[in-house]
Design a protein around this ligand. Structure first.
Ligand code: COA
Length: 272
């Protein structure tokens, strides 16, 4: 796989043009050496630094700093401008977008992070949402009981016990990616639309209570991520190809390099 951006960060001039027909999904590890994290922090705006300072846990603060810093670096590849100079605006529910007046054209993006991984999806003139979750069994029951529609509850109850955890996280990330693409946050009732979630079934929006055409307009794709994570990409329209960027998954690294994959290490203390 030829990287979209080479190690010396020279950018293929056609990178932005490719977004006409592609959705780029950047997979990013959140554990970074101190020096790298400090560099990413230096790219943040005053309001982002202020937000970083409000996280109680250093792990959450570092995850925010790395994800936001990498978002700036990645957008700079497409915009051909200084990452620290990029300006964002926010929807009423908090969805970031590029502020106007930066020759942004139709660049659309969305970010998700969970535990040690982040994904950043970038495309052109298409609504896009992305979600990933580290599959923690403790999350399953409380959320399933609260948010499943009646139909989903009975479909879930028919699953084999060993299928339920995978099904739950497919359900959750497919729903959240779609909600994030709409940009309306969790103000969209989760029982007012349905997604596929039986393990082995392709990702799909099945039904929405407000638009009978929506399943024909929205394409959902499962993401290839490190073991233990589930993720979904939701994009309006069907005419695009999914292209991965950033770091390969541990599985892909094994395939390409014949090594033992990423070395997981304990989270370093915050360096700022
Ligand atoms: C958006 C939301 C679904 C994110 O859920 P999450 O699982 O905690 O976090 P994720 O890792 O999936 O995504 C976080 C990223 O999504 C993006 N995001 C934030 N709000 C968003 C929204 N409304 N729609 C889409 N993306 C959003 C941000 O880039 C955020 O990253 P950051 O915190 O580093 O800036 C959830 O926080 C939410 O619904 N917020 C809106 C609250 C709301 O709607 N309130 C009702 C107001 S009436």
């Amino acid at each position: 796989m030829k990287p979209l951006v080479s190690r010396d960060e020279s950018v293929d001039a056609s990178l932005r043009d490719r977004l006409d027909s592609e959705v780029h999904v950047w997979r990013e590890q959140l554990d970074r050496p101190d020096a790298e994290r400090i560099k990413l922090y230096s790219l943040l705006s005053p309001d982002e630094r202020e937000r970083a300072s409000r996280f109680r846990l250093s792990r959450d603060r570092d995850a925010y700093v790395v994800a936001r810093g990498r978002l700036r670096e990645i957008l700079s590849f497409y915009l051909n401008r200084d990452p620290a100079g990029i300006r964002f605006r926010y929807s009423p529910t908090g969805k970031p977008a590029l502020a106007s007046g930066q020759e942004t054209g139709g660049i659309q993006f969305n970010v998700a992070h969970s535990y040690r991984q982040a994904v950043i999806a970038v495309t052109w003139n298409r609504r896009v949402g992305v979600d990933l979750e580290y599959m923690d069994a403790r999350a399953v029951l409380p959320i399933a009981d609260e948010f499943f529609s009646p139909g989903e509850k009975s479909a879930y109850a028919k699953l084999l016990p060993e299928e339920r955890m995978t099904a739950f996280f497919l359900w959750w990330t497919r729903k959240e990616a779609f909600v994030k693409a709409l940009g309306e946050g969790l103000s969209v009732p989760l029982d007012q639309f349905e997604v596929s979630f039986h393990p082995g079934e392709p990702a799909a929006l099945r039904w929405t209570g407000w638009d009978s055409q929506a399943p024909d307009r929205w394409r959902l794709e499962d993401l290839a991520l490190d073991p233990g994570y589930t993720g979904t990409l939701a994009v309006e329209g069907w005419e695009w190809t999914l292209v991965y960027a950033g770091e390969p998954t541990a599985h892909e690294t094994d395939l390409w390099e014949g090594n033992a994959g990423h070395q997981k290490k304990d989270h370093p203390e915050s360096a700022y």
